[in-house]
Design a protein around this ligand. Structure first.
Ligand SMILES: *[C@@H]1O[C@H](CO)[C@@H](O)[C@H](O)[C@H]1NC(C)=O
Ligand SMILES: *[C@@H]1O[C@H](CO)[C@@H](O)[C@H](O)[C@H]1NC(C)=O
Ligand SMILES: *[C@@H]1O[C@H](CO)[C@@H](O)[C@H](O)[C@H]1NC(C)=O
Length: 298
């Protein structure tokens, strides 16, 4: 009974261990299907033996038409899915080295569903990216343009990538984000390139109605003040925003839109029932923010 339990526990353990790669293996090597690939054991021993651990268990590797052993090297000819797994090399004194072998699927993968946004141009604000795929189980991204480190997903699935874009000058070089993904069998690498200005989308601003003059008449003037979104970098004079106001004419429901650049205040004339505002970076022409919620004019 004890023995049987131990056997069951062992089987379960080895299945869960190899069932899916939830993290990047510490060390891995990639090769495309059908190619020949050589693993080299990092050791000062002249000769080693190899084992492979995969979902089915651990096997000793013996010389065959598909697997050639030579000193510290193991060459796999015509790499296939069943040769994927964790390779360990052993000498008479024990474990010497290991590496995880993965099939490189970069060429067949339809990779670029990486999606990034940023709230500002400021480099103190990190770019937020998402990347999902049904095929892979672990992902990482890096800002290759700025020689950044690999970044893993936060618990809610978002990658926060630092960048060093100079927010005071025109952006001359595209950002290059490199992504790597792994699953138990496979590996994929993809690139995603864009200008920061194309992914900046400010938060929506705050508005308040300051004064209403000539109330009730056709010459009614409403002065609106706009506060930049709290995430927008300061000083605001260096990061000017361009605004749009949209307002509804009371007697016919017509919507009108006005755009302005200078300053945080705007005045609109006439009998108006409600209004809303949105903003974008004025110099680098980012995406528009979302509209604020409608504000009723009494
Ligand atoms: C591969 O095997 C080595 C040695 O047993 C171990 O340290 C390593 O964590 C294994 N890697 C994976 C991804 O299972
Ligand atoms: C990226 O995310 C935005 C906002 O969530 C969404 O509207 C857009 O469709 C996404 N694009 C892709 C390619 O997934
Ligand atoms: C907008 O105003 C409200 C109320 O004054 C405040 O709580 C909020 O933080 C402001 N939001 C921004 C983006 O400034």
């Amino acid at each position: 009974m004890g023995l049987l339990m131990r056997f069951i526990v062992l089987v379960c353990l080895s299945i869960t261990r190899m069932s899916a790669l939830k993290f990047f293996p510490e060390k891995f090597e990639i090769g495309e299907k059908g190619t020949s690939v050589t693993l080299t054991c990092k050791t000062n021993k002249d000769s080693v033996t190899w084992k492979r651990e995969d979902a089915l268990g651990i096997v000793d590797i013996v010389e065959s038409d598909y697997e050639k052993l030579s000193g510290r090297h193991l060459t796999v000819i015509d790499l296939q899915k069943d040769q994927i797994g964790n390779y360990t090399c052993w000498s008479d004194t024990g474990l010497e080295d290991y590496t995880y072998r993965l099939l490189d699927k970069s060429k067949e993968a339809t990779g670029s569903n990486i999606n990034c946004t940023a709230e500002t141009f400021s480099c103190s604000e990190r770019i937020k990216c998402t990347w999902t795929s049904d095929e892979f189980t672990a992902f990482r991204l890096r800002n290759t343009r700025d020689d950044g480190d690999w970044v893993s997903q936060s618990v809610d699935g978002v990658f926060f990538l630092p960048h060093s874009t100079n927010s005071y000058s025109e952006e001359s070089e595209r950002l290059l984000i490199t992504g790597e993904a792994v699953s138990t069998c496979c590996y994929m690498k993809t690139d995603y390139s864009f200008y920061l200005r194309d992914i900046v989308k400010p938060d929506d601003p705050n508005i308040s109605i300051c004064t209403v003059k000539n109330k009730g008449s056709d010459k009614q003037i409403i002065e609106v003040e706009v506060m930049p979104p709290s995430s927008w970098p300061q000083p605001y004079s260096f990061f000017p925003l361009k605004h749009q106001i949209q307002y509804q004419i009371r007697h016919n429901g017509e919507l009108k839109t006005k755009e302005w650049e200078e300053g945080s205040k705007i005045a609109v004339e006439g009998q108006i029932s409600k209004l809303r505002v949105r903003c974008r970076d004025m110099l680098l022409l980012s995406q528009w923010s979302e509209w604020t919620t409608w504000k009723n004019v009494n």
